[in-house]
Design a protein around this ligand. Structure first.
Ligand code: XMP
Length: 515
């Protein structure tokens, strides 16, 4: 697949590498991430306009530290090294890098010593975010110091032509007050990039690419109700019209009105050729009596594939399957310093995933996008804001939020409570501040009193977390009056619930979902 021209980021394992790419794309310049050991031939074939060397946890003073791809500096391209990247440049070109006690982590004030293109329009004294153990103690010959911290640590450097540059701090992190200016300077003054990476251009490009790939064949699109698959379906529709067949399988574990709203936005709003299948009976029958979370996930994943295959066959010969795979799923970092292999906490799967033996070729138009970019493309395509800004929803749906046994009655109770909860969050203007909010139905009953009578009913837990990627999360601190409203409304209007509790566990040690 051809790539738009942009900035290539070599990943040395920094926790901020993806953030660098996002910050560049926010300036409407394309950027992609590759492993630090990518060959120069591969790099050349991507035709980048400039290179960024990311930070990383290693030390260039160690024997087997990751190095520059052989021949990189022979390419006639601007290169910016950030943190570890700066130290690599210094070492490679004959400067000196030394370890420095316990290092420097957090805010630092630097002083700009020399006017130049990278630090143009940056205040003489400015605050930056540092996170390093090593420091550059001697510049490569012919290089110039551009800025230093109060205690004399070199903070920025350049070669005489201002095409090879290094900064010790992280411009991508929001604590670096003038980080955006510095990145913009690199993009537009040093590299001379054009700001053409826009949702409109993306849609135009993808429509062309999809038409070329698909020709006059048929494409199946699995729609889950989430933003990725919805945007994929709209994009496919824009590209090949009725040749794209969107299919939504209702497993009976969606939120209240979710399937209907999604189908109507796509069909009535945009004219997408979408078909809704109510498969809930099949799923719920197989889930009867099942209480183990992993078993629930396996049954749902398996039934999903069966239902999907049956539905797919009814459309005759299909050649392609479109999926809403995003960029963070395809970045191959290859750098695993200290990150280790994560233990399997939950066997996540994307309901809507590809049944492997269906022999369909994949169309993945969102492969180059981060989530926030997918939302902008959705806006460009005219999808309603309510679909675009919807909180993430797990593939197994309410099955992992009805703890214990799943029955139609218990699903109904949860749907009602969840709908009230989310409606109040929207009314209070809090929905967008929260990464994910949902109600959970607990597998216990408790005693209560309503009027003069004793009740013995269900407990609903409220979960609301803030997060940037779902990997870690904090519980959201609600104002008291909002909690009061939610609790009163749920207990007063949902039959079968007499108690509401609040989950105040961060992740880790908790997970976001309860199962
Ligand atoms: P946890 O509960 O692991 O969730 O902290 C992290 C994020 O993943 C979502 N999630 C799932 N998504 N299939 C999915 O597609 C799953 O089986 C699944 N389990 C959890 C969860 O909603 C949160 O956004």
């Amino acid at each position: 697949m051809s790539h738009p021209r942009g900035i290539l980021i070599l990943d040395y394992g920094s926790q901020y590498t993806q953030l660098i790419a996002r910050r560049i794309r926010e300036q409407h310049v394309y950027s992609e991430i590759v492993r630090y050991d990518t060959s120069v031939a591969d790099i050349r074939s991507r035709a980048p306009l400039g290179i960024i060397l990311s930070g990383g946890p290693s030390s260039v003073t160690e024997p087997r530290a990751p190095s520059l791809p052989a021949g990189l500096l022979q390419l006639d391209l601007p290169v910016l090294g950030i943190c570890y990247g700066m130290q690599l440049l210094a070492q490679e070109l004959g400067g000196r890098v030394e370890s420095w006690g316990s290092g420097e982590y957090g805010m630092a004030d630097i002083r700009v010593q020399k006017p130049n293109s990278l630090l143009q329009n940056v205040s003489e004294h400015t605050r930056v975010w540092m996170s390093h153990r090593d420091r550059v103690t001697a510049l490569p010959s012919g290089w110039i110091a551009l800025a230093a911290t109060g205690n004399g640590i070199l903070a920025a450097m350049t070669d005489a032509e201002e095409t090879r540059l290094g900064i010790q701090f992280h411009p991508e992190v929001s604590h670096t007050v003038e980080g955006e200016t510095i990145l913009r300077n690199f993009l537009f003054r040093v590299v001379g990039a054009d700001a053409t990476w826009t949702p409109g251009n993306f849609v135009q490009d993808q429509v062309e690419k999809i038409r070329q790939q698909v020709g006059d064949k048929k494409v199946l699109v699995g729609v889950s109700g989430g933003v990725d698959s919805t945007v994929t379906a709209s994009l496919l529709h824009r590209a090949v019209g009725k040749q794209a067949i969107a299919v939504m399988i209702d497993h009976g574990l969606l939120r209240k009105n979710e399937a209907g709203e999604c189908v109507s936005a796509l069909k009535d709003g945009l004219g997408v050729n979408i078909h809704l299948y109510d498969e809930s009976r099949r799923f719920l029958e197989r889930l009867q009596g099942v209480t183990d979370p992993e078993e629930k996930r396996k049954i749902i994943g398996d039934q999903f594939i069966r239902s999907f295959e049956r539905v797919a066959r009814s459309f005759g010969t299909i050649d392609f399957l479109a999926q809403g795979t995003l960029y963070p799923d395809v970045i191959e970092s290859g750098v695993n310093f200290g990150r280790g292999q994560a233990a399997v906490i939950k066997s996540h799967h994307n309901v809507g995933g590809l049944p492997e033996d269906m022999n369909l070729d994949l169309v993945e138009p969102l492969r180059e996008l981060f989530k926030d970019e997918v939302r902008n493309v959705g806006r460009e395509l005219g999808l309603p804001e309510s679909l675009i800004t919807r909180h993430p929803f797990p593939g197994p749906g309410l099955a992992v939020r009805v703890l214990g046994e799943i029955t139609p009655e218990r699903l109904e109770i949860l749907r009602e409570a969840d709908e009230i909860y989310l409606r109040i969050l929207r009314e209070e203007g809090l929905y967008q501040d929260i990464w994910q909010a949902f109600a959970v139905l607990l597998p216990v009953r408790t005693v209560g009193v309503m009027g003069d009578s004793r009740t013995y009913d269900c407990v609903v837990a409220l979960r609301a977390v803030t997060s940037t990627d779902g990997m870690t999360a904090d519980w959201y601190p609600f104002p008291e009056h909002v909690l009061q409203r939610i609790s009163n409304s749920i207990v007063n209007s949902v039959t079968g619930v007499n108690r509401v509790v609040l989950d105040i566990t961060s992740k880790p040690p908790g997970t976001i979902e309860w199962e």
